[in-house]
Design a binder for this molecule. Structure first.
Ligand code: HT7
Ligand code: ZN
Length: 853
């Protein structure tokens, strides 16, 4: 297989300062004419190499003269004598046959593009690498009735009618950009528009383009865009720089959205929202993704990446920025809890498995496989740690210096860290290991107390586990926020300390500690590590009630639950008393807000419990967790009812308080159902029917679908018929069933794959069924290996249509080392079967072969 190595980077031999693109758009046969002005970069005699993928080359001219193409592997090689030339190419494409959804493709009557990472080469011959920055002039021609709206990057400069019912539009983007940021959209679209005046007075026209029936669902996204634009001015001092900012929603999209300069293209699930069809989670995700793509205008577009090994430079930083933005819109504590929960659900397992890679990888076969939780979420945590260590002010100075120094260029991770160092004076030499070493560090923390001399000693020991290709690791620089509380007085024994653990071991001495101290460590999740503090249940219960850091408080109750569950699985039984008492106290604490309570009282997921164990027993985990759930449900029956009823709202409202109430209501309903009370299904069904919003409706549906209640099938039917013409809600119908914790989920999922509404051609639908099922630990690992066989069948079929989407679903099968011999063998068998398919894509080959190593 082709392996691309970071160490092999060489600057481009030829630059392309200007490009004119002419599209004659047609879904069956689009003609693309490209005129590249190329300039020799330095003294050399290398040919110009152009990338192309699946293009029918119709013409090639150099300085106006036709030449015969010469190919060097997959590239077009053009020998050039002078220092500056004009290259013209003409190619034909078939967007309607493009099922990979990379390059130019058709989706729901639209024509649209996706170029990151290497899709531009599926549109035209070009040096498709991010360190070539080019000014684009684009002319689009299409049938006016079918494609009345023609959009591209930058600002519109001309438009008009042509003969034969056709028309054209011309767009110029004044900002030189890498090819991965090119975009076009043609379609019958309508816009939700507003104006925005930047703080320096630029008037920007904002528009969200959708099909006419969806227009009413775009207000939330438009409002989020305005809020994000203002926030970036206020918090990072970054302003928008074009006269227009367009967003288009499309139904078929491999990812969440794409930050193309001035023309963001979105998966419609991250644009469309109204109370009847979108949950609070969806609303929050829409705002976060709109903000994320907007923030890329600076962190990604104005300063882009030199090569794809630097991907986290834009993605990690932009995730941090969107997390900070979302935190500022609601509860920072709950946002931090949610972010850590998704880091632990997606990134920690990745870092512990065969696909582990550093935040700045050293090599790849297919770059699309590296749009991972490590690049995005761990990358964000790494920059967050710099924020913690430098403080907000010095961090902002570092960000300003980074943007100023590298504006208009393609930069590296090293450039970012150096800007932080230069602006702050901090030494981040050791800290850079976060970019090069994979694996989640573990920190053992042991607190001892000598009451006689009033001293407490905290011993810390760190280790970083071996990962593929990295058997031995250096100690990392870990910022740990630490505080001690008095066990009797419940008062802090000293101010919080920010301890930077740099060596393998360290000892911190606290003086004047007369009371027995209780350790609060990694507060706010200041470092993305696993802490083994071995704190007794009593200390965790104490912290869950008294810690003044909300994240640490959440962490304490979750650790208490986790310890109890792990003990239940490994020892066969565990005392539930401490968990019940802590949950009771949390539920009854009137000072806490509902959203926090809902997060805190939710039991750790079955997968997360599995992640704590060397050998995962999915059935035992399910049994033990269900037993604790039932015990909590029955022991606190009155509290759950009170929480459920107390969180009732009369009318839908989208505000942090209303969202928190709905979250607590859903969690409480789950416990009411788990109690086995005879009236519970009725309560759930009544909520399901009466709901005036999707959060309550889907919450009730999930509670019913997880149960054996008689009305579960009726609820599923009602839901299906009510929303059968809404693809995004039907995705929920599929995923709710695929995630069900009850018996028989595997059979149901196999049945659903035959449903008339199931298709692998739409990535959202494929993920809703196959993706959701593969993270349902109990169902996916059903004894006998049927879950693995099902997923392998689907991935083999999906790979032929859309390799990128297929390859993203491989990791669940790659976790075979953590399961018993029979399951491990069946998982390997499924991977081997995929690998043996003739014509397997490069995407799948890389994921599957690495998973088998
Ligand atoms: N930067 C965007 C990445 C992306 C992408 C990558 C591979 C294949 C398809 C894709 N669509 C979008 C999204 C982002 O992080 O903002
Ligand atoms: Zn991004």
């Amino acid at each position: 297989p082709r392996v691309v190595r970071r160490g092999d980077y060489a600057p481009p031999a030829w630059l392309v300062p200007d490009l004119a693109l002419h599209f004659t758009l047609d879904p069956a046969r689009t003609i693309v004419r490209a005129t590249l002005k190329v300039e020799r970069n330095g003294a050399h005699d290398l040919p110009l190499l152009l990338d192309g993928d699946g293009l029918e080359l119709l013409a090639l001219r150099v300085d106006g003269a036709a030449v015969d193409p010469v190919f060097a592997g997959e590239q077009l090689s053009i020998a050039l004598a002078g220092d500056a030339h004009e290259i013209e190419t003409e190619v034909a494409l078939a967007p309607e046959r493009n099922t990979q959804l990379m390059g130019l493709y058709a989706s729901g009557g639209l024509l649209c593009t996706q170029c990151e990472a290497e899709g531009f080469r599926r549109i035209t011959w070009f040096p498709d690498r991010p360190d070539i920055l080019t000014r684009y002039r684009v002319r689009l021609e299409a049938d006016k009735a079918r494609y009345p709206i023609l959009l591209s990057n930058g600002d519109p400069v001309a438009s008009g009618d042509l003969a034969g019912g056709r028309h054209f539009a011309e767009w110029h983007d004044p900002f030189p950009k890498p090819s991965y940021l090119f975009a076009l959209v043609a379609g019958d679209l309508v816009a939700n528009r507003t104006g925005f005046v930047t703080r320096s007075g630029r008037e920007v026209s904002l528009a969200i383009w959708v099909r006419a029936p969806d227009l009413a669902k775009t207000d939330h996204a438009l409002h989020a865009l305005e809020t994000a634009m203002r926030w970036d001015e206020q918090v990072y001092g970054r302003e928008y720089d074009l006269d227009v900012f367009n967003i288009v929603a499309v139904d078929d999209f491999n990812f969440g959205a794409m930050e193309n300069k001035g023309l963001n293209i979105f998966n419609s699930r991250y644009i469309l929202a109204d109370p009847d069809t979108a949950t609070d989670y969806d609303y929050d995700a829409v705002a976060a993704v709109v903000a994320h793509e907007y923030f890329h205008n600076w962190s990604g577009n104005r300063v882009t990446c030199r090569d794809w090994f630097q991907l986290s430079l834009k993605e990690g930083f932009t995730v941090l920025r969107d997390q900070q933005f979302s935190a500022d819109q609601g509860s920072p504590a709950v946002k931090r809890i949610e972010d850590v929960r998704s880091l632990r659900a997606a990134q920690f397992p990745e870092d512990a498995g065969p696909l582990a890679h550093p935040v700045r990888p050293d090599e790849y076969q297919e770059i699309s496989n590296f749009y991972t939780a490590t690049i995005y979420n761990k990358g964000a945590e790494v920059i967050r740690m710099m924020h913690t260590m430098l403080g907000a002010e010095r961090f902002r100075q570092g960000a300003d210096l980074y943007f100023d120094r590298h504006d208009g260029t393609a930069a590296t991770v090293e450039d970012f860290v150096r800007a932080m160092e230069d602006a702050s004076g901090a030494d981040l030499a050791q800290f850079r290991l976060w970019y090069s070493q994979a694996g989640t560090p573990r920190v053992q923390a042991l607190l001892s107390h000598e009451p006689g001399d009033g001293r407490a000693r905290l011993s810390l020991r760190q280790s970083v586990p071996p990962t593929p290709g990295q058997p031995v690791k250096q100690p990392m620089a870990l910022p740990l926020r630490i505080k001690l509380f008095g066990a009797e007085t419940a008062a802090p024994l000293a101010a919080e300390q920010l301890v930077e653990l740099r060596d393998e071991t360290a000892e911190i001495v606290f003086e004047g500690v007369s009371e027995r101290p209780v350790l609060s460590i990694n507060r706010g999740f200041s470092a993305p590590v696993i802490v083994d503090a071995n704190r007794p249940a009593a200390d965790l219960a104490f912290l869950s009630a008294h810690d003044d850091d909300p994240f640490a408080r959440y962490e304490a109750i979750q650790q208490l639950m986790l310890d109890t569950l792990v003990l239940g699985v490994t020892q066969g039984r565990a005392d539930h008393g401490a968990v019940i008492a802590a949950v009771r106290a949390t539920l009854r604490d009137r000072a806490l807000d509902a959203a926090f309570i809902a997060e805190a009282v939710l039991l750790p997921s079955e997968s997360f419990i599995g992640d704590q164990m060397a050998m995962v027993d999915p059935e035992a985990i399910h049994r033990v967790r269900e037993a604790l759930r039932r015990d909590l449900a029955q022991s606190l029956a009155a509290d759950w009812r009170a929480a459920y009823e107390g969180a009732h709202a009369n009318r839908f409202e989208y505000s942090p308080a209303a969202k928190g109430a709905r979250r607590l209501r859903t969690v409480s309903l789950g416990y009411v159902m788990a109690s086995g009370a005879p009236d519970a299904p009725e309560i759930a069904f009544a909520q399901f029917e009466a709901a005036d919003n999707m959060t309550d409706r889907q919450g009730a549906l999930t509670a019913l679908v997880n149960s054996d209640a008689d009305c579960r099938e009726a609820a599923l039917d009602i839901f299906y018929h009510r929303y059968s013409d809404n693809a995004l809600v039907l995705d929920k119908w599929f995923s709710t069933q695929a995630l069900a914790t009850r018996d028989g989920t595997l059979d149901r999922v196999i049945e659903l794959a035959q449903h008339r509404d199931f298709t692998l051609a739409n990535p959202n639908r494929a993920r809703a069924l196959v993706g959701a099922f593969s993270v349902n630990q109990r169902a996916f690992h059903t004894a006998g290996g049927g879950g693995y066989a099902f997923v392998a069948d689907q991935l083999i079929a999906l790979d032929k249509l859309n390799p990128q989407t297929a390859a993203k679903l491989v990791p669940a099968l790659g976790r075979w080392r953590r399961f018993d011999a029979e399951r491990a063998q069946a998982m390997r068998g499924a991977l081997e079967r995929i690998l043996a398919v003739p014509g397997i894509s490069r995407d799948m080959f890389e994921q599957v072969s690495k998973s088998l190593e």
